[in-house]
Design a protein around this ligand. Sequence first.
Ligand code: ARG
Length: 581
Amino acid sequence: MSTSFDLLPSFDELLYHTAQSLDGFNEDFDPQTRSADERFGDFQANGVLPFAKKAGKNPRELAQILIDALPPSENWTVDLAGPGFINFTLTPKFLLEWISEHGSDSAISNSAHSESPKKVVLDYSSPNTAKQMHVGHIRSTIIGESIARILAFQGNEIIRDNHLGDWGTQFGILLLAIKEQKISLDDLGDDPIAQLEDLYRQGNARIKEDEVALAKARQELVQLQDGDPENLQLWEKIRDISMSSFLKIYELLDVKFDHSLGESFYRDQVDEVYQGLSKHKICQEDDGALVVFHPEHKRFAKQPFIIRKSDGASNYATTDLATLTYRQKEWQAEQIIYVTDGRQRDHFEQLFLTAQKWFDADKKTLPTLSHVWFGTILGDDNKAIKTRDGQPIKLIDLLEEAIRRAADMVKQKNKDLPEEEVQRRAKVIGLGAVKYADLSQDRTLDYVFSWDKMLAMQGNTAPYLQYAVARISSIFRKVERSTEDSFTHARPPESDAERKLSRKLLFFPLALKQATRELKPHFLCTYLYELATEFSSFYNQEKVMIDDVKAKDLRLLLCASTQSVLKTGLNLLGIDTLEEM
Ligand code: ARG
């Protein structure tokens, strides 16, 4: 996904085009410009080195030829370094102009549009009904929401679809238990979802030992899938009970879906899947089941992708194939992003391979398919996080605990704050901390869940970033100015601290680009943390309350821009901020 958030001079383009008219270069030359270590400049092009080596030329000489041919600019200076690197340093005047023009909330969002906006379906959260959301679902919800925001920010059209697991084997087990124990779904007490989950757990334990019960549970599922009215009615009630428990969590997390179609929505479309794949001989019968092999693939040549079980029931794979075609046909999705646990990597790889063959056979264009997978949240013992008695932690309990802990922090700092305000702040801080702790790690890694770490006021945490935002608000209250002012007297940055903070502000588009390219929000987190740290040292070194109007305006401009970028960035992570903390 290319964005035109290229508010920075494109040194890559400049170098490439200049090189084409020079002896010794050709189209293969890739300048490879990236942001540079601040000791060397702001951007560094490393591409001459490998190019010269391949061509058997002296890299330093070749780089010098290129530098000499560059048009002069008021915006940057250039020099040769090391074995053939080209370093660009932005001029103070350029830094000032850039920040004045692009450093406010509205300017950032106006300029963040994508060159080629896409219609993207985001399939995330997607818990299974009849069970509570556990801590495992938090990652899909938080990461999915952040990616949705990041892509929407750049002008893409996002369809948020909560692909509920509401048509799976759990219903066979649950229906059997409900019927055998003559349970009424209308009076399950005040925590109905917990009751259902208990029933399911008992039932699940039973079918593992009792083959007759297993067969009965399977039969209940087949009956449900065949449209048996009694089973359908029970199923609908279970779905409603589940949905209202999920909604509580989504409200807390500030997540709203455009659709919650779920697996059941596709139940009448599974025949099309069987027929489509059979017609093109993409699937085959195997022991009574319908399966897809991928002979060209190392593992999937032998490991089947089962699309219809031997008892005739559809499964996760069938509904996912139906879902994919639906999203392409009805929504014209150009990209579909699935956010799940890494343990589903095989499923999605097989799904994507199968879909590719099907679409090719039908001469249709397959949307870009991306599996955004993540690792496990671990407890202190480095194993998947559990309660003390070994149960999965309920997400709602975890979120409530986050708010409680944050409320203690808020009360400690502000003894006389009204309770309502304590709660408001605690929500922002507590939920922000949980979200940020998840997003700030490379999503493919496991991480250890630690309250102390995520709520710390120092380090790469949400409270640290939120505090930077609040601190800047308090500066503006003191000088009786607004962050929205235009700071027309500002002079270009001079001191080391002014310069460093300025250049950091310019790198926001780069961080956003990287997070977008890799669908990994942690790149944004790392950037925001570095920006907040840079701000902190700037603020320790430079006074803002001074008489020199030009210096004061520049420093206020830097404060205002820092706050804008922090707020915008945090919002893309789904995290709120406060005026006071
Ligand atoms: N319900 C599944 C689970 O809880 C996740 C569904 C992900 N989306 C999909 N289209 N398969 O693991």
